[in-house]
Design a binder for this molecule. Structure first.
Ligand code: FES
Length: 613
């Protein structure tokens, strides 16, 4: 397949260049002055009428007997005199090779067209202001008239367009005029008809080769397209193939055979068999968690190179989300999660801030899921139509959405991951706080996953896989927890808070101190504020630090960015060695907080973060 792709790419470059030349020369043909382009700027169109005394003509028979054998004898006029033109060898066309003799019809003398006669003939055909500056007999190819194969006089005039008049040396025929305008047009013709060898014809080898190359371009493109189809690139059912793949666990113990569709990448294909590899990016190739080992000769992708060393690539390590079953006969699973695919039924959908909704789901069939706080689910968003503004917008929130242009759009199927905002100990519902991502400008789609889920109506269901436990509180630890988040980064942090408080009351354990720094723009963006104020007022171990970056004058609490608020209070919380930090929020919040903590000497192992970007 590699050479098919290479041929296709280089042919497309070559053919693309020729298409460009066609376009440019075609535009030139439309704009050019056709009279000038013919080279006839100074062509004389006067033809003197000459009457000859036929009685004085030498008998043609005697001329024929004195000359070499002829196939044609004709009478012509040159410079006002009659001549017999004898054709000894006749080409198909007069520009093809012809052998002539010229005989004065009055005297019977053979006449050669010398430079003087050629000049006179050229001057008769020329109507411009120029003088003759050069006369040359061309016995090989005539550049201005590439189809002229007979010896030809070239007579150059010194006018402003550099006219050349061509006189055929054997017959005295005016082959044609050429000048700078015609030469430019000839270049355009050469490019347009691919007459790069100046044969003066479009029926040339280059055109024939070009047609052959174009056929190859089409065939290689077709082969490539079909190959991509079989690899699942277009998700056309017709192209789907089922391939048997033998699975091994990381100890090389056989797990049996499964069949995978060539449509799906290995990550998604395994899910169909209830095998969920770790993944936080949902198959985007960025998290590097979906490691498998397959045949080492399998092509590598740039994402593979980002996550594996050369040695690992040689051993066959690849990202499952980047490869299809076409590449695979057997596969070793490095890590497998307990996550399973579930159908989730939406039980309620409520705005908890102008741009964030709380969605509550129950697992269809009723079985509550067990998971560590901080876990997330990956939703399968089907191909659908969407709108940049939520369909059911409460009246009081409409002013917040006025600046968002209402755009309808369609999107393909995709997956999106969202953290669970509750603890399994407190409810059998799966609760998510999802920010409806608006588009930064009309050329990109809004968040298709958030829009789709937030526009679901209670009673509708959606498939999701999980829970994935990547972000969780360290077990058997009594250290102080400092939670830092903003926006919809609330979800896993709220889940941790619920888990820790529930744990304490359930087991009678001493409660851990929890400091929760949460940032929002305005007071209306503070999620679950009443709940956290209440908890802070009734639980000495819980401390709540809401911080607004765009507070209005009525706000009496902290202002600025939440990472700044953390830095201000850090020394008063606890010894740094006795703190575990848990972060979830926008990337700027995360990077600045991590940088600040690291600068203060906090060990990496004490910082856990949920990078949901
Ligand atoms: S799922 Fe994240 S890299 Fe494959």
């Amino acid at each position: 397949m590699l050479w098919i792709k290479k041929i296709h790419k280089w042919l497309s470059v070559f053919i693309g260049i020729q298409f460009l030349l066609w376009l440019l020369s075609g535009v030139y043909f439309n704009l050019m002055d056709h009279t000038k382009a013919s080279g006839h700027t100074y062509r004389s169109h006067e033809h003197a009428v000459v009457n000859f005394d036929l009685q004085k003509f030498v008998e043609p028979k005697s001329v024929l007997t004195q000359q070499n054998p002829s196939v044609v004898l004709s009478t012509i006029e040159l410079l006002g005199k009659p001549y017999y033109l004898l054709t000894h060898k006749k080409g198909l066309y007069r520009n093809f090779i012809n052998h002539y003799s010229l005989v004065n019809a009055y005297s019977g003398e053979t006449t050669e067209i010398d430079s003087a006669m050629a000049n006179a003939l050229a001057s008769q055909s020329y109507s411009g202001p120029g003088e003759i500056i050069a006369t040359t007999l061309l016995t090989s190819k005539v550049a201005d008239f590439p189809k002229q194969y007979n010896p030809t006089w070239q007579i150059n005039f010194n006018d402003e367009v550099n006219t050349s008049v061509y006189i055929e040396a054997g017959s005295g025929r005016v082959v044609g005029h050429s000048d700078d305008d015609k030469r430019l047009a000839d270049i355009a013709f050469m490019l347009h008809f691919m007459d790069y060898a100046s044969e003066g014809s479009f029926n040339n080898i280059q055109i024939i080769l070009f047609a052959f190359f174009t056929l190859w371009l089409s065939l290689t493109g077709l082969i490539w397209t079909v190959d991509l189809g079989f690899r699942g690139q277009y998700q056309i059912k017709l192209f789907a193939k089922q391939r048997k793949v033998r699975l091994f666990d990381k100890h090389q113990k056989s797990m049996g055979d499964i069949t995978l569709s060539s449509h799906s990448n290995l990550l998604d294909g395994l899910i169909e068999h209830d095998i969920a590899l770790p993944s936080t990016c949902g198959g985007g190739g960025t998290c590097g968690r979906c490691k498998v080992m397959i045949n080492p000769v399998t092509n590598t992708t740039s994402a593979d190179h980002q996550h594996f060393s050369d040695k690992e690539l040689q051993q066959g390590y690849r990202l499952a989300c980047q490869h299809f079953s076409n590449d695979v006969k057997q596969m070793t699973l490095i890590d497998v999660t307990e996550a399973k695919k579930h159908a989730l039924l939406l039980t309620s959908s409520t705005f908890v801030s102008p741009y964030i909704k709380e969605l509550r789901f129950k697992v269809k069939g009723g079985a509550a899921l067990s998971y560590k706080a901080g876990a997330f689910m990956r939703f399968f968003i089907p191909a659908s139509k969407g709108c940049s503004v939520p369909m059911q917008l409460p009246e009081e929130l409409k002013p917040h959405w006025h600046h968002i242009e209402k755009l309808d759009y369609e999107h393909l199927a995709c997956t999106r991951s969202y953290s669970i905002a509750t603890s399994a100990d407190t409810t059998d519902e799966l609760v998510f706080t999802i920010k409806i991502q608006s588009a930064p400008h009309h050329k990109v789609l809004p968040g298709v996953g958030s829009s789709y889920l937030c526009n679901l109506a209670p009673g509708q269901s959606v498939d999701a896989i999980g829970p994935f436990e990547e972000f969780f509180a360290s077990e058997n630890s009594n250290k102080t927890m400092v939670l830092v988040g903003a926006g919809s980064g609330m979800a896993p942090l709220k889940s941790l808070i619920e888990e820790q408080t529930a744990l304490a009351s359930k087991n009678g354990n001493p409660e851990r101190n929890i400091y929760f720094f949460y940032g929002a723009r305005k007071e209306s963006d503070l999620l679950y504020a009443d709940e956290f104020y209440h908890l802070a007022n009734h639980n000495d171990h819980f401390h709540y630090f809401p911080t607004l970056s765009r507070a209005d004058e009525n706000w009496l609490g902290s202002t600025g960015y939440v990472q700044q608020m953390l830095e201000l209070n850090l020394d008063s919380i606890d010894n740094l060695e006795n703190i575990e930090f848990y972060l979830c929020g926008p990337s700027l919040l995360m990077t600045e907080t991590i940088a600040m903590l690291t600068a203060k000497g906090v060990a990496d192992s004490a910082i856990t973060f949920d990078d949901f970007n």
